[in-house]
Each structure stands twice: as structure tokens, then as C-alpha cells.
Design a protein around this ligand. Structure first.
Ligand SMILES: *[C@@H]1O[C@H](CO)[C@@H](O)[C@H](O)[C@H]1NC(C)=O
Ligand SMILES: *[C@@H]1O[C@H](CO)[C@@H](O)[C@H](O)[C@H]1NC(C)=O
Length: 182
């Protein structure tokens, strides 16, 4: 009687600790970040009444351009699924670009990808320096909201089409993300 009343709690303890271990293991699994790649295209028009990237200010007396230090642009590019501008739109790339190097080589990017469609209501924050004369530029993904909470990673930007008459370009944007699956 005395023995069994002592052995019961210890059996219970071992069952409980096994359960606890299993719970901790599944928690650890759930919290390990998973890696994801998302690719889409920015439709970027820099001229005309429907321009999606527009200089808003700069240094007085200096030209306003991506190579003229101090020029600030507002951007609102459609994001599409494929390079074709008529393909499904999945959001807008909205924010500011600043000609940020005296030498004219770098542009500071501070941009939100505001998603609709598949990731409706979610966003990603891109930030960093775009070495604009490199074929492939790379900026950081510093955070996100909704589906992309706690996201971090990087985005590569590559111009895959450019029409110099209208200053229209299509930019391939490949995003590599670590997401916490909480
Ligand atoms: C600008 O957009 C409007 C509305 O979509 C369109 O009707 C117009 O033709 C566009 N203008 C140019 C120059 O593309
Ligand atoms: C566009 O590029 C072509 C070929 O390189 C060049 O001849 C033309 O002057 C350019 N047009 C503009 C508006 O820059």
C-alpha cells in the first residue's frame, strides 16, 4: 500500500516529463525558421503623366536624377507575377529612393512591398543601398507584417527589360526570406 502510493506519483512524473519533452521538441520544431524564395517583377515607369517613380525634391540648382546627389524620388511600382506588365498584379512597391552617394553610384532604397492578391494585407520592408551600375543589386529585407511577421532576408534586383524612349523598365525582384513559423 505504502509502496504503491509512492510508485504512482513517480510513474506519473515520468509520463509528465515524457509529455513535456515531446511538447518542447514540437515547439522547437515549430520555431525553427524556414527559408522561402519569392520572385516577382516591378513595373517601373520614370516618365510621362503615369510615371510610377517621380523626383520630388533635390538640391537647389542641381539636376534631379538618380546620379545627382540629394535627389529624392517617390515610387509606387506595380508588382506583377511575370515580366509581362499585363500579368497578375500582386501588390505595389511603395516608398522613397534617394541618390545617396556624392559620386552618383548608389541609391538608398526604403520601400514597402504592399501585397494584395495571394499575400493580401501582408507587407515586406526593403532597405539598403542599391549599387545602381551593378547588373544585380542587393538590398536587405528588414521586416514584414501579417504573413511575413519577423521576416528577414535579402532581395536581389535585376533589370530584365528597359525601353529608353519611355524610361520604362521591368525589374526582377527575387526575395530570399527566413520566416519564423509561429
Ligand atoms: C495614363 O493612364 C490613363 C489611365 O489608365 C490612360 O488612360 C492614359 O492613356 C495613360 N497615359 C499614357 C501617356 O500612357
Ligand atoms: C536609346 O538608345 C538608342 C540605342 O542605343 C539610342 O540611339 C537613342 O538615342 C536612345 N534614346 C534615348 C531617348 O535615350
Amino acid at each position: 500500500m505504502a509502496l504503491s502510493s509512492f510508485s504512482r506519483p513517480s510513474k506519473l512524473m515520468s509520463v509528465l516529463s515524457t509529455l513535456l519533452l515531446a511538447m518542447l521538441m514540437s515547439l522547437a520544431k515549430a520555431q525553427s525558421p524556414r527559408e522561402t524564395t519569392i520572385v516577382f517583377y516591378l513595373q517601373d515607369l520614370a516618365s510621362g503623366p503615369n510615371a510610377t517613380v517621380v523626383p520630388i525634391t533635390g538640391i537647389q540648382g542641381k539636376p534631379q536624377s538618380f546620379t545627382s546627389f540629394g535627389t529624392i524620388f517617390a515610387i509606387d511600382d506595380p508588382i506583377t507575377e511575370t515580366p509581362d506588365k499585363r500579368s497578375t498584379q500582386v501588390g505595389r512597391a511603395q516608398g522613397i529612393l534617394v541618390a545617396s552617394s556624392l559620386s552618383g553610384s548608389n541609391v538608398h532604397v526604403s520601400m514597402s512591398l504592399a501585397f494584395t492578391n495571394r499575400y493580401d494585407g501582408s507587407s515586406l520592408e526593403l532597405q539598403g543601398t542599391s549599387r545602381q551600375f551593378e547588373r544585380v543589386k542587393e538590398v536587405s529585407v528588414v521586416s514584414g507584417t501579417a504573413s511575413f511577421r519577423y521576416a528577414r532576408g535579402y532581395a536581389t534586383l535585376e533589370t530584365v527589360f528597359y525601353d529608353n524612349k519611355t524610361s520604362y523598365s521591368v525589374v526582377r525582384c527575387a526575395i530570399r526570406l527566413l520566416l519564423n513559423s509561429t
